[in-house]
Design a protein around this ligand. Structure first.
Ligand code: ADP
Ligand code: MG
Length: 339
């Protein structure tokens, strides 16, 4: 059974300007231990997708459609107590800016212990021992000092390690990491990435990793899903995605990004701006910026074309551009996910 199954997920926010369609008919599956990178420009719906997995959207002015099945249980149909239990035991999140996720008035030790007492039912002494072990696990150099420190007393990298320790305190099977290194210096970014990758392997965690850095995705993910205008426009094993992208938006992202070993190559920004989520066009949302645009692109939403096993693209031009691919014989699987 999949650990996580997201089916036809849609999230809409009512605003003064109209309904913001932040996530539209998103489907994907995640096996235990699998690492999925969610890619895409800012505003493409990555964070909203992750928050949906935790059932974190405020109920007012938010409409959630479709299903998010965590170990077979629909997150959106559980009461708050059951959802809390899932957050405490199955899924945890690491945020971009640990300073906003940590409580400034309690020490790091107190915050880890509190999580352990609440979610794992440990007594104070056991929680204290376990907090120390968790800081060892996330390779904090002086754990005792870190336990006694307030968030503002330690560096950004240490705060992110403490945040990861809290996320791991409940022994989750799925870790959601929303651009966990973006707020850090480059060298610290690399350390945190290595730590996450090491923890993922040692603990057999499934991870969904949000990043706009394709190099990071290549380093740590098995598979990647590219989001645009609140939709997954392409999904593939990560190597396959980089070797043979099958959506013009993915190709654009690659040309616009610095990648290792490609020093000296000119970066080409994608012209134009991301779509207005209040007024999504009837066709492909990328069409207005697409160098290959054809009339159908402006009129109808592209179905999911299977380019190769596990590799799908929502682009009308796939059949013409990848005509030699054998998988295309069984193409256009409609609205569903790939797995
Ligand atoms: N609570 C909200 N109310 C209205 N719009 C929102 C809300 N949360 C997110 N959005 C909008 O949804 C879109 C997707 O946001 P997000 O998932 O945060 O993008 P990403 O993480 O890919 O940068 C953005 O246009 C954002 O402004
Ligand atoms: Mg985001």
């Amino acid at each position: 059974m999949s650990l996580l199954s997201v089916r036809d997920l849609s999230v809409e926010f009512a605003t003064r300007d109209g309904a913001v369609r932040a996530v539209n008919a998103v489907s994907f599956e995640l096996r235990p231990g699998q690492v999925l990178a969610l890619l895409g420009e800012s505003g493409s719906g990555k964070s909203v997708t992750l928050r949906s997995i935790l059932g974190l959207h405020p109920p007012v002015r938010t409409r959630v459609g479709g299903e998010v099945l965590l170990k077979g249980r629909d997150v959106n149909r559980l009461d708050e107590q059951a959802r809390q239990a899932l957050r405490g035991g199955v899924v945890s999140m690491v945020f971009q800016e640990p300073m906003t996720a940590l409580d400034p008035v309690y020490t790091i030790g107190r915050q880890i212990e509190e999580t352990l007492v609440q979610h794992r039912g440990l007594d104070r002494a056991a929680a204290r021992r376990r907090a120390r072990e968790l800081l060892d696990l996330v390779q904090v150099p002086s754990p005792e000092r870190c336990l006694a420190s307030y968030p503002h007393e330690i560096s950004g990298g240490m705060r992110q390690r403490a945040m990861i320790a809290i996320a791991l305190a409940c022994e989750p099977e799925l870790l959601l990491a929303d651009e966990p290194t973006t707020a850090l210096d480059v060298t610290v970014q690399a350390q945190i990435l290595w730590l996450l990758r090491d923890l993922q392997r040692r603990l057999g965690l499934a991870v969904i990793f949000v990043t706009h850095d394709l190099g990071v995705a290549a380093e740590i993910a098995d598979d990647a899903a590219v989001m645009y205008g609140g939709r997954i426009v392409e999904q593939a094993p990560v190597r396959e995605l980089f070797r043979a992208p099958a959506h013009p938006y993915t190709e654009g992202l690659m040309l616009a990004t610095v990648r290792r070993g490609q020093k000296g190559r000119a970066l080409v920004p994608i012209p134009g701006a991301p779509p207005n989520l209040v007024a999504l066009p009837p066709g492909c949302a990328f069409a207005p910026r697409c160098p290959h645009v054809k009339p159908p692109c402006l009129e109808t939403l592209p179905p999911l074309h299977v380019v190769a096993p596990g590799h799908g693209s929502r682009c009308h031009l796939v059949p013409a551009r990848f005509a030699s691919s054998p998988a295309l014989a069984s193409s256009a699987t409609g609205r569903g996910g790939l797995s």
